[in-house]
Design a protein around this ligand. Structure first.
Ligand code: SER
Length: 337
């Protein structure tokens, strides 16, 4: 069987590293990686080629490759994007647009649908108040698409761009024999937690930061209130979802953007669980108004019934299994506690 050529942008990020490992484990892929940074040791051997540098300026080189699949993970996350919003727009929107154009061009020229996998986010939602957040509960994809952050606006708009390039580009779908279009698929991820890497620049980072600090015996001041609730997921489930959605035949998919969920818990519940595992942990709450505002605008939970119905999505890790079977065993090995 010939290998599929896959591009992973943002390969050095949290999802990137775990995804490259997942693709290598699954086999059947030749992996090209791209990132601003050099590849970390953990995935160096798995990448056939690494393009280091700014994607927006590197894009021309990718026109020469015959990619079957693109995972476009490179992004500036929500907290960082509020600090330099124009730069975030350039990275998040311009980078995506350039890659979509490249994928659409190749799909049309070689009459082959390039699969374009895009991680979107719960940041695409925007709740006007805590009362609304509570009242809405688990939101469906179409609800409350009114993001409060640059990152959320970027993700929502890029979803729309992906749908445009995959369906309506140049209005050529109206032709008698419409050309091939790229096959765009997006997943709106909740906050992700890995036992191996730490996020940077995000706002759901308080979850993983608190747990990693507790496991290392370091004090942690959580930047959101105890009652702050959003949905989280174990990194292996996030990778599973990307690999699952990648393989679903197009005809089976009734949508292009899917929520996925695993467990919704409060920062206070995180603390309780951390203390149960590491009784010496010192976790306090010192809310930062700006970061608190961002998380307050995200839904408490998301409704992933559409993904469950169309492609059989189901997470492996609920909150108990997340702690008992994934996070704690791995983190104990890592920090030797
Ligand atoms: N985890 C991301 C962030 O906090 C949201 O997708 O920015």
């Amino acid at each position: 069987m010939t290998e599929k050529l896959v591009l992973v942008t943002g390969a050095c990020g949290e999802i990137g590293q775990a995804l490259v490992q997942g693709l290598a484990k699954q086999g059947g892929y030749k992996i090209v990686t791209a990132d601003l940074a050099p590849l970390p040791e953990s995935i160096r051997e798995m990448s056939a080629e690494h393009a280091q540098g700014d994607l927006v300026y590197k894009i021309k080189t990718f026109y020469d490759y015959d990619f079957d699949v693109i995972f476009h993970l490179a992004a500036s996350l929500s907290s960082k994007a509020e600090v330099s919003s124009e730069e975030a727009h350039r990275i998040n929107v311009e980078g995506t647009m350039q890659l979509l154009m490249m994928a659409a061009y190749r799909s049309e020229k070689y009459k082959k649908s390039v699969r374009f996998m895009f991680p979107s986010s719960i940041a695409a939602y925007g709740m006007s108040s805590l009362e609304e957040k509570k009242a809405k509960g688990a939101v469906k994809e179409e609800a409350c698409n009114t993001p409060h952050t640059m990152y959320g606006c970027n993700k929502l708009y890029c979803e729309k761009l992906g749908v445009y390039y995959s369906k309506y580009y140049g209005q050529k779908h109206l032709d008698e024999n419409p050309p091939h279009f790229l096959d765009f698929r997006a997943i709106r991820f909740p906050g992700l937690i890995s036992a191996f890497t730490l996020p940077s620049g995000g706002t759901s980072d308080y979850g993983p930061e608190m747990l990693h600090a507790a496991a290392q015996g370091k004090p942690y001041a959580c930047f959101v209130r105890e009652d702050t609730k959003i949905s989280f997921m174990a990194m292996p489930d996030a990778i599973k979802s990307l690999l699952m959605l990648l393989d679903v035949p197009r005809e089976q998919l009734n949508h292009q953007v899917y929520n996925i969920a695993a467990f919704a818990i409060t920062a206070g519940e995180f603390r309780e669980r951390a203390l149960k595992a590491f009784p010496e942990a010192k976790i306090t709450f010192e809310p930062n108004p700006r970061r608190q505002g961002i998380v307050d605008s995200w839904p408490e939970d998301v409704d992933d019934s559409r993904a469950r119905k169309d492609w059989g999505w189901k997470p492996d890790y609920d909150v108990d299994r997340f702690f008992e079977e994934y996070f704690l065993p791995e983190i104990r090995k890592r920090y030797g506690k």
